[in-house]
Design a protein around this ligand. Structure first.
Ligand SMILES: [Zn+2]
Length: 71
């Protein structure tokens, strides 16, 4: 422990740029959940920690999708 941790989406090799950086306290320091596929709600790390993968950007994208379907 005592080191920051970085998590990259398991589909990173498929071109997904989503990533989450944790600080030394295990708090999310930076998160980019801009998946190029249907994003998971949580990611379980190798240490058994659950990382919530929620972002306002994804929510905004959903709203834009709904708007465009209405018109
Ligand atoms: Zn992804």
């Amino acid at each position: 422990m005592g080191t920051d941790r970085r998590w990259y989406c398991s589909k990173r090799l498929c071109g997904c740029k989503a990533k989450v950086f944790l600080d030394t306290d295990g708090k999310i320091e930076f998160s980019d959940t801009d998946h190029n596929h249907t994003p998971p709600l949580y990611h379980v790390t190798s240490t058994g920690n659950y990382i919530p993968l929620k972002s306002s950007a994804a929510k905004k994208r959903e709203e834009e999708k709904q708007d465009s379907s209405q018109s």
